[in-house]
Write a protein that binds this ligand. Structure first.
Ligand SMILES: NC(=O)c1ccc[n+]([C@@H]2O[C@H](COP(=O)([O-])OP(=O)(O)OC[C@H]3O[C@@H](n4cnc5c(N)ncnc54)[C@H](O)[C@@H]3O)[C@@H](O)[C@H]2O)c1
Length: 382
């Protein structure tokens, strides 16, 4: 997959994931061997050429420097990022529009910033990555014109939309790594009109990734899932934010719905109540080192019960950052070969992939990625 290296323009650039992505890109410039072996989540994006020239820019509301943000999140020990401080200090992160701007004013400022980022990095392919905090769902699906959206959406509650509108207006592809529903029908239509590809939503990094793998494996053997209890504890800012049930609702729904979709039946139907449960709990001592437990009850021949326990001790941003980089590279490549609108083939990366008929089992998601890569390659040659 050869294309211009992406310029990752990140909304929420100083968050735990954003600042880890920045440190990774900085490391690529100065000590590539410290990150390259772990960089891509699949062999299909191994072209090193398109990795080395990657750049980083973005916005945040935090006045911290990027170095202070990395220290604050505690994802990386100092010796992993201090050697790359020079590059980190050069990165342009703008303050997000402040005060009480209207949505059009917010969008206008972002468009100007995007133009500046583009001119600072003329040899790259800009891609917007949304890494803003999870927000309370707002139903704007009924808006059929931008003017309607401008009058109904409040950027203080749902700033994500401003970033997406600004990106599409600037012909910049969009990755929505958050659980926030930016893929309104109107946004998808605008993306198609502007010939811009979009993908999302909600990065599938740890527990849900393994859930897809295990559910696909159980399905392949006709083992029937009777119940699945998933508990997560995490102590980073994302975890604190998700302690608000209104903000967590979208993420819990994304984490829950996909199991029935993979298996092809409603888990717990025989009980008259769902027996697939997902709980997210804020537990400060863990910081970014998230822990997840899964209890999976399933049945085999003669309906005889069996059970499986899974305990994942992971690092949220360490799992997320390579996926963000992969996705930016996919978007640059797909935009380069003329793809636009939603890209359901990237379902591998997301809990709730956008677009028509995304692949749901692990096997199908991998097969679809290979098809997408071959397609890209053919189009580039053709
Ligand atoms: N880490 C994972 O494994 C994972 C997986 C799936 C989804 N996500 C999602 O990715 C997003 C980022 O995660 P994170 O851990 O980096 O969160 P975070 O809370 O550490 O980072 C969010 C950043 O956005 C900034 N911000 C807030 N409002 C803003 C605005 N209006 N404009 C610009 N910046 C603004 C904050 O200051 C903060 O730096 C979250 O929505 C999270 O749910 C993360």
């Amino acid at each position: 997959m050869l294309a211009n290296p992406p310029l990752l323009i990140i909304a929420g650039a100083k968050g735990a994931v954003g600042s880890t992505v920045a440190a990774t890109i900085a490391a690529i410039k100065t000590d590539p061997h410290s990150v390259l072996p772990w960089l891509t989540t699949g062999h299909w994006t191994k072209s090193v050429k398109s990795v080395m020239g990657m750049e980083f820019a973005g916005w945040d509301v935090s006045p911290r420097s990027l170095k202070q943000a990395i220290e604050y999140h505690g994802v990386l020990p100092r010796e992993k990022f201090l050697p790359h401080e020079k590059y980190l200090n050069r990165i342009q992160i703008r303050l997000a529009p402040s005060g009480e701007p209207s949505l059009p004013a917010y969008v206008e400022q972002l468009i100007r910033d995007i133009e500046d980022f583009k001119s600072l990095h003329p040899k790259t392919h800009p891609v917007l990555v949304n890494l803003l905090p999870a927000c309370q769902g707002v139903d704007l699906k009924g808006c059929t014109r931008l003017e309607e959206l401008y009058s109904q959406a409040d950027p203080r509650i749902f700033p994500d939309l401003a970033y997406v509108i600004a990106a599409i207006s600037s012909q910049v592809p969009v990755v929505n790594f958050t659980s926030n529903s930016v893929e309104l029908p109107l946004m998808l239509e605008e993306a198609l009109k502007a010939c811009v590809p979009m993908c999302g939503r909600d990065g599938k990094t740890g527990q849900t990734y393994l859930k897809v793998v295990l559910a696909s494996a159980l399905k392949a053997r006709s083992l029937k899932v009777d119940g699945w209890y998933s508990l997560n504890i995490l102590g980073n800012d994302d975890g604190m934010n998700l302690a608000d049930p209104r903000r967590a609702a979208g993420k819990v729904a994304n984490k829950t719905e996909l199991l029935d979709e993979i298996l092809g039946y409603r888990v717990g139907q025989q009980y008259g109540a769902p027996s697939h449960k997902v709980v997210i709990d804020y537990y400060p001592p863990r910081g970014d080192c998230k822990e997840a437990w899964d209890v999976i009850d399933f049945a085999g021949l003669f309906g005889l019960p069996m059970s499986l326990r899974l305990n994942l001790q992971a690092r949220d941003s360490i799992l997320a950052a390579p996926m963000v980089i992969d996705l930016a590279r996919w978007m640059a490549a797909l935009h380069g070969v003329g793809r636009s609108g939603p890209i359901p083939e990237l379902g591998f990366y997301f809990k709730k992939p956008m677009g028509y008929n995304p692949p749901v089992t692990f096997q199908d998601q991998i097969a679809e990625l290979h098809r997408l890569e071959n397609d890209c390659r053919k189009k580039r040659r053709g």
